[in-house]
Design a binder for this molecule. Sequence first.
Ligand code: PLP
Length: 549
Amino acid sequence: MNNSPFAYMRPNILGLSPYSTARDEFSGGDIDTFVDANESPYPTGLNRYPDPRHKELKGRIGRLMGVEPDRIFIGGAGSDEAIDLIYRIFCVPGRDNVIAMSPTYGVYAVSAAINDIEYREVPPGPDYRFPTDEILAATDRHTKVIWICSPNNPTGLAVPPEDIERVASAFDGIVAVDEAYVDFSPYGSVIPLLAKYRNLIVLRTFSKARGMAGLRIGMAFADPDVAKVMANVKYPYNINGPTQKELLRRLDDDISTQVAEIISERDRLTICIAGYPFVEKVFHSDANFLLVRVKDADSLYGYLVEQGILVRNRNRIPHCQNTLRITIGTPAENNRIIRALDAYRDGLRPSWKREEGRRARLERITSETKIAVYLDLDGESDESHIDTGLKFFDHMLSQLPHHGGFRLDLTCQGDLGVDEHHTIEDVAITLGEALLSALGDKRGIERYGFVLPMDESRAMALIDLGGRTDFRWDVGFTREMVGDTPTEMYPHFFSSLASAMRANLHITARGENNHHLIEGVFKAVARALRMAVRREKFAYSLPSSKGIL
Ligand SMILES: *Cc1c(COP(=O)(O)O)cnc(C)c1O
C-alpha cells in the first residue's frame, strides 16, 4: 500500500498541536545564558533539561544503521513506548482491531488491552511458521495494525522478507515489524523496505544483542511523517540526560564477536539438547534463545530452578504446551545447563540433595568417567581418601582437604587409556557441585583470598562464593607436563571447578619450579576455600561484599 500514513491515523492525532518545549522553540544563535526553562542555574550535572528531540542520538544512530535521521524515533522504556504509541496514534479505542500470530511477544496484547483495542490472534503454521495468508484473511476495514515479530519471541523463527513484503503491499494499514532479535537472524533487517512501503514501521531495541537492557531504549524506523507524529505524541523528555549520554558513549561498541559466539553456542545447544530422551523437539531458532518442547515442562522447570538455573516456562501459553524457552548464555553457562540436563536424564537428582549438615554425596556417571564424591565441610581432613588413577593429580587434589580443613573422599574411574582430559574435567565439575551443594544457602560464609609463598614460588588465590561465576588464571608454567599431568589441564580444572561451584576464582602464580608452582596454587586455593567456607559463629547472615573485598 502506498497511501500516506496519515490515512490510518486517529482524527484526534491528526488535529494535535503538540506541546512545544522551551528548547523546541528556538534554534540558531550563540546562547550562553539559559533562562528560558525555569531550571536551576547551579551546575549539579543534571540541572539542565535533556534534548527532547534526540538530535545527536538520531544522527549517530542514523549513521550506524544507514537510515536518514528523520525516519528515526527513539523511545524510553525500551520498545514498549513505541508499541504503545502505535496503538495511540493509529487505533481508535473500542472500534479498531490489530492482528498478530499466536504465540508472540506478550506486550502487543497487553498494550492493546490497555488501549481498549481488539487484539486478533491467528494460529501459527507448521513449526510456528508465519501464517501470511491467514493473517491477511483475518483483516477487516477496522484492522489498523498487523504485528510481525521477526525473529518471533518465544518461538525463534524469523519471517522471510518476501512474506513481510507481501503483507506490506497487500494490507491497507500499518505493518509493524519487531526486529528485537534481528542481529541473530540470517535474513537481516527489513529497514531498506521503508523506502518502498510507507505503511511499514520497524522496531528495534538496545536490550538484546547490544547488551543494554538496563538502559531502556528502543527505536522505531518509519516513514518520516510517522516518525514525526511519534515524536509529537511521546512524552517530551522521554529519554533522560544520563541515559542519552551513556548510549552515545556505547553506541559504537563492537558486538560482532559476541553475536557470533551466541549464534555458534545456539547451534551447539540445539544439537546437544535435541539428543535428550525427555526432549521432543528443539525448534529452529534465528534468535538468541531456543524453544524446546519436552515431555513434562513443569517438572523440568522445577528441577532446573532447584539447580539454580532459571528458564522461561511457556507451558501455559497457547500453542506452547510443554515448552521451555532457554536464552543462550556464555559457553560456561551453557555447559552448566548441559550438565544439569545430563543429571536430569541420568536420574541423579536425589544424590544432588544436600545431606543434613554441610555434607554432600554425589555420584556422576558418564560414558567416559564414573565419579563418586563424599564431602563434609565440618569433617576430619585426615580421613580423606582420593583416587583418580593419576598419581600426581591425586597428590595435588589431596592438598584441598588437607589445607582446606574439610573431608573429601573422591574416586574416579576414567578413560585414562584415551587421555586425562575427561578425568580431570569431570573431577572438577563433580567436586565443584559437591562444594556448592554442601554449602547450601551459604549462610555464614564470606569471601576470601590467600597468598602462599612456597620455596621460590608464590601463589595467590582469591575466592568469592557470592554466586557470580568468573575465572582468571595467570600462572606461568614453563613445562608441558608435571608428573603424569599436562600443565595445560590445570586452568581447565580450576575454571570447571569455579563454574560448577558458582564461584569467582582468581589465581595468580609465579615461580621457576613447575611442581612447586602448581602445588602452591592448590594450597592457596585450599586455604582460600578454608576461610571462605568457615562457619561464622556470630555473623549468621548472608554474606555481602561490603568491606571485605
Ligand atoms: C525483548 C523484546 C523486545 C525489547 O524489549 P525492550 O522493552 O526494548 O527491552 C521487543 N520485542 C520483543 C519481541 C522482545 O522479545
